[in-house]
Design a protein. Structure first.
Ligand code: CTP
Ligand code: MG
Length: 390
């Protein structure tokens, strides 16, 4: 028999001003999922979970509800409420809908999007065992100074200092009483409890539960999740055809005023160089080993067919594409007038920015005497891990 007496409040109603993104912080994407989605991921499996309450900006009620229904795989009650002007007010709004049968409440910042399930369990168990208020806390690595004006006053003994994280856990009755009696605004619930003389204890926090506050924090999270990027390179060359009935395709689009290129497919050197760059970055071989002449379904195929399949394979291998760059080498076609069109078509197919450049060989060699077109491409991809994948 489970108790089903635990509620988790996730506060996601802040504007995220310091993050300077175009959406409120909880609705900013990391690896293809919002910060809110990531923050909800560890909650469904918590022991005794009976209710989840999420506080969000009024403008994002519908989106948050959809996200929560999608990510939460529990039959616990779900409430999405409108937050307030301060974190504390957002929690007050959430607490107002916490069910009467709830005995333990965990309050969590959506901004601590990658806190682990075991951190939640550690806090909840400590509250259950002691009946006290419990926060996760981390030791401080830096040497800490107390200052006044321009002057350093003293070095503070950091062995007695901790930085506080969430989820913070409370007996529901205590937290509700503290909120009912709140006379000041605090940045965490432990401070509110202590302002009313309540004891708060701590358990070990974790680096993963660090708060995403600034753009630099987001970069740190991404590099922790994804590791360094991987680059790839691709080159392709095709000869101009003498067959006047055929059309030139480069970068997936048609170029009516130029001769076609020869090839097993449509000779689109730009698309093929990009495909090779993507395959090499992901360690998936090359265009020949994947789409060789033994595959009749690709005979005469447009570059978009190869690119679409390659992008699918790269994603399947667990990578996100960051950007790609292609350069055409040759006298023809003249690229500048249609650069934007090619970039738009390729960007859409690849799902990341693709830029196009062009150069000649100063009249030298087979490209200088107009025998054909070459293209060189490079791409950057990153491992898209994170618990929700890409
Ligand atoms: N929060 C909230 N309601 C508010 C303010 C903050 O629910 N009125 C939540 C945030 O969504 C976040 C957590 O409290 O999950 C911690 O706050 P903070 O990191 O300061 O987030 P923001 O207030 O969104 O960011 P900023 O202060 O940079 O605007
Ligand atoms: Mg704030």
């Amino acid at each position: 028999m489970t108790r089903r007496d635990l509620a988790v409040i996730v506060v996601a109603a802040g504007r995220g001003e310091r993050l300077k993104a175009s959406a409120p912080k909880a609705f900013v994407q990391v690896n293809g999922h919002t910060i809110l989605e990531h923050s909800l991921a560890p909650i469904s499996d918590l022991a005794d979970l009976a209710q989840v309450v999420i506080a969000v900006p009024e403008t994002h009620l519908a989106e948050a509800t959809e996200i929560a229904n999608d990510v939460l795989t529990t039959d616990a009650i779900l409430d999405v409420v409108v937050g307030g002007d301060t974190r504390q007010q957002s929690i007050a709004n959430a607490l107002a809908v916490v069910d009467d049968k709830i005995e333990i409440v965990l309050v969590h910042d959506a901004a601590r999007a990658f806190a682990s399930n075991s951190l939640f369990e550690r806090v909840a168990s400590a509250v259950r065992a002691t009946g006290a208020s419990v926060i996760p806390a981390l030791e401080i690595a830096d040497t800490i100074k107390r200052v006044s004006g321009e002057q350093v006053q003293e070095t503070v003994d950091r062995s007695s200092l901790r930085s506080a994280q969430t989820p913070q856990g409370f007996m529901a009755v205590d937290l509700k009483r503290a909120y009912a009696n709140a006379s000041d605004d605090f940045t965490d619930d432990a401070a509110l409890m202590q302002s009313q003389g309540k004891k708060v204890s701590f358990v070990a926090g974790e680096v993963e539960a660090a708060k995403i506050t600034t753009p630099e924090d987001l970069v740190g999270v991404l590099s922790r999740l994804n590791g360094p990027g991987r680059t790839g390179i691709g080159v392709d060359v095709h000869r101009f055809s003498t067959d006047q009935s055929k059309k030139l395709f480069l970068g997936t689009i048609e170029w009516p005023d130029y001769p076609a290129l020869e090839g097993h497919s449509d000779g689109d050197a730009v698309s093929h160089a990009l495909v090779d760059a993507l395959l090499s970055a992901a360690g998936l071989g090359d265009i020949g080993s994947n789409f060789g002449v033994d595959r009749p379904e690709f005979a005469g195929a447009n570059g978009s067919v190869f690119l679409t399949e390659t992008v699918r394979m790269v994603h399947e291998a667990g990578y996100d594409i960051v950007n790609a760059s292609v350069q055409i080498v040759g006298n023809r076609p003249k690229v500048s007038g249609r650069r934007a069109e090619v970039e738009a078509a390729l960007t859409k197919l690849v799902g990341a920015a693709v830029t196009l450049g062009a150069t000649t060989t100063d009249g030298l060699g087979f490209l200088g005497n107009d025998e054909g077109v070459a293209a060189v491409a490079s791409v950057l991809i990153i491992k898209a891990e994170g618990r929700l994948g890409s």
